[in-house]
Ligand binder design. Structure first.
Ligand code: TYD
Length: 395
């Protein structure tokens, strides 16, 4: 514990993916203190107070990877690379969501693990072997009995959601073949700090990885990163290709390049995090100023993309139903519900942004390109977006 240094306090927050039904009597939401800390020894950045997986990932989980064409094409591209370069005989995906990655492979060679049964069902219905269970040693043991070892494990935006990393990596090691390959991808800490995207921190994101920290953590399991890819998904993610130290994959230049970038930026030093925290506080003031200014001019403001991320911003900045009339979102399970910690309703996205809207707060800023393309008409008619990264501004 003495290695942990708190550097950012994002106040009291609700569970970010816990959407209450609109119109119903609102039950008191569970709130927690969102404080972010840095481990001096491992350089790992994590949130201080955490919840059990069962509270966060259950049969009401709303997130669907397939809601974004950016995610679908990223998975497709990776699957082509895997088929070409690694030719796995068995692929295991930890956190397979609605099968957006696995659907690129033959059903006979895939296994999907997805504890949120409402989403796991979607993949199962398509004929894939899926398990609605949390990733654990027990589950790995069960899978080995049925399938024997696997030669490729993939996990996107999942490992950082699991508190007990020791169990995660030990379970992976127990089922990964000797020459096997582990690929994990998660939002990049370097991008988060560079772009002031403090909304990457919420209850589900227990960790935000840097290469420096991940390298330190996995080395005790005799695992090693041999290749890095930087991706533009989820506001800038890093994909880590990991081998057993004893295996033959060649260590590529990309690892050293990323490591140098992270060291140069100072991801190994607490002072870097302290100055990030200062920028976050300045950005909070700037964003509130923008909303107050528009409100005083009676502008109609809505939100676009009811992301878990935006719940952190709105609650931290206290921007609630008095500023934002409603959010639009394409995800069925989020529609007719409320943004956590607020009374802002989430409405179904119907082809266009309505004509009476003047400003749109971009909750899904990570899909800016995709959304701006879709909303060309709104923009050409003079509609404006409000974005909080890297500094709050109107676009
Ligand atoms: P995302 O940023 O992937 O997730 P989170 O912060 O919750 O991890 O979520 C994007 C949200 O934005 C998702 O609810 C779907 C929604 N969305 C739209 O409504 N329209 C769009 O065009 C896109 C790309 C996303």
């Amino acid at each position: 514990m003495k290695n942990l240094i708190e550097f950012l306090d994002l106040g009291l927050q609700p569970l970010a993916n816990n959407y209450q039904k609109k119109g119903k009597k609102i039950t008191k939401e569970k709130k927690y203190k969102l404080k972010i800390q840095f481990n001096k020894k491992t350089k790992l950045v994590s949130i201080k107070d955490t919840f059990s997986s069962k509270i966060m990932f259950n049969n009401k989980y709303p997130y669907r990877s397939s809601m974004s064409s950016t995610m679908l094409s990223s998975f497709k591209k990776l699957s082509l690379e895997i088929k070409k370069n690694y030719k796995p005989k068995k692929i295991l995906e930890i956190g397979s969501n609605d099968g957006s990655f696995l659907k690129n492979f033959d059903k006979n060679i895939t296994i999907g693990i997805e504890p949120c049964s409402n989403i796991e069902k979607i993949t199962k219905k398509k004929g894939f072997d899926t398990y609605s269970e949390y990733w654990s040693k027990k589950l790995a043991k069960k899978l080995i009995k049925k399938y024997s070892n696997v030669d490729l494990i993939y996990s996107a935006n999942t490992i950082t959601h699991i508190k007990n990393l020791d169990q995660v990596f030990k379970s992976i090691l127990s089922i990964l073949s000797k020459k096997g390959l582990l690929i994990i991808e998660d939002p990049s800490l370097l991008n988060c700090l560079k772009n002031n995207t403090y909304d990457q921190f919420y209850n589900e994101h227990i960790y935000v990885f840097s290469l420096i920290a991940l390298k330190n953590i996995i080395s005790k399991y005799n695992l090693e990163i041999f290749k890095i890819q930087n991706l533009n998904v989820h506001g800038g993610s890093t994909r880590y290709y990991i081998r057993r130290k004893s295996s033959k994959f060649k260590i590529e230049k990309s690892v050293k390049i990323q490591l140098n970038k992270e060291i140069k930026y100072g991801l190994n030093k607490i002072k870097t995090y302290r100055s990030f925290a200062k920028r976050v506080m300045i950005n909070k003031k700037k964003l509130i100023k923008i909303f107050n200014n528009l409100k005083s001019k009676n502008k109609k403001i809505i939100g676009y993309g009811a992301t878990a991320k935006s719940s952190t911003i709105l609650n931290y900045c206290n921007i609630k139903e008095n500023y934002i009339s409603y959010f639009l979102d394409t995800t069925k399970d989020k529609q007719n519900k409320l943004i956590p910690g607020t009374k802002i309703p989430i409405n179904k996205y119907q082809r266009n942004i309505p004509k009476d809207v003047n400003y749109v707060f971009l909750g899904a800023w990570n899909f800016k390109k995709e959304i701006f393309k879709k909303e060309k008409k709104f923009i050409s008619n003079g509609g404006k977006f409000i974005i909080h990264t890297p500094i709050p501004k109107i676009l």
